[in-house]
Design a protein around this ligand. Sequence first.
Ligand code: FDA
Length: 391
Amino acid sequence: MSEHYDAIVLGAGGAGLMCAAVAGQRGRRVLVIDHADAPGKKILISGGGRCNFTNVHTAADRYLSANPHFAKSALSRYTPADFIALVQRHGIAFHEKTLGQLFCDGSARQIVAMLLAECAKGRVDIALGEAIIAVDHADARYRVKFGRRTASAPALVIATGGPSIPKMGATGFAYDLARQFGMKVVEPRPALVPFTLGGEDVLFRDLSGVSAEVVARCGKAAFREAALFTHKGLSGPAILQVSSYWRHGQPIGIDFLPAHESGWLLAAKRERPRATLRSVLSALLPDRLAETLSDRLALTGDLASQTDKALAAAGQRLSAWTFHPNGTEGFAKAEVTLGGISTADLSSQTMESRRNPGLFAIGEAVDVTGWLGGYNFQWAWASGVAAGQAL
Ligand code: FDA
């Protein structure tokens, strides 16, 4: 016996729950199916357990996609202010940490509870711990076999996310399903992910645990935030941000002294001729980092004994230190997935497939990837609402 719904949402993450709540509250009979035993698991671990649920600086140019215009419509129709209003209606206290990033004061559990309450208000049915066995389409209905049950609806929403952090139940299921229905998938790649270092750069791995505020660059992308050395290579917000722009073989540039003008070492030579490079760097950077950098620059003796040319060259290297990552820590450590279901076949207004009426894709499953800092959840909410209003 098939259970009949108006819409079936696959995936009880942020995007799926938001979409289901909106559609349910519009009077649609909605079923959400997830193979995990609990909803919103990524929400629970996000933001160190406090969920960085949006960013007040959300704008389409902070998202990567083969079509940079695609996200504009949904993001402009459901804004951070809309999500903040929802959070406030549920009495959830929050604060801005830095760079427009909003976090719960209490726990990410409050965001999951809020989404579940919104789903309950829309009388949404949620089936958890159910593997999806098959999906097909016949007689203008999508039929989903899961566990021992079968449900059908004229609308199906793919909200099963991307493959980042597979040990949490993340899969590439969305892509398989999209391909089954003839939709294209932009090559999925790990993003917001630490780099691994090898070759000459391997010496920096001894600095594991040391962090500094830097400007990290990859191509035209540049982010001024903290970088962190790890036992495998490089991490920290600035590094995670540039990782989304990185392709194998490309160098990463690091400005270790972003607050300093070029030529500052020449000024230091005039002011403190007896100081060494190591000692001036130690005043500005963590000691171990200062030591490694000055060792690599190999300027022995005090500043007075260096030529201006040598000091200018050292200053130049410190502001554009080049690392050659030999890879990333992959999907196991990636916060999100770059690429995904191609936007080419999707309506930017409703997230509906043009070639498959009634089939929608939202959230991380789609080829829209935000910067670090609440941008990915804002996309999950906005794309979920866009589809929820169209179901
Ligand atoms: P999500 O992955 O959340 O949900 C997909 C759901 O589908 C899951 O419940 C999964 O179990 C289910 N599913 C998958 N395959 C299935 C299958 N085959 N059958 C049935 N169900 C299936 N973003 C941000 O903006 N702020 C932040 O603070 C953070 N922090 C953060 C920390 C960490 C450690 C990670 C890994 C990620 C973040 N993110 C983040 C990114 C954010 O978590 C992510 O962008 C959203 O959760 C995406 O929401 P979706 O609903 O699209 O997918």
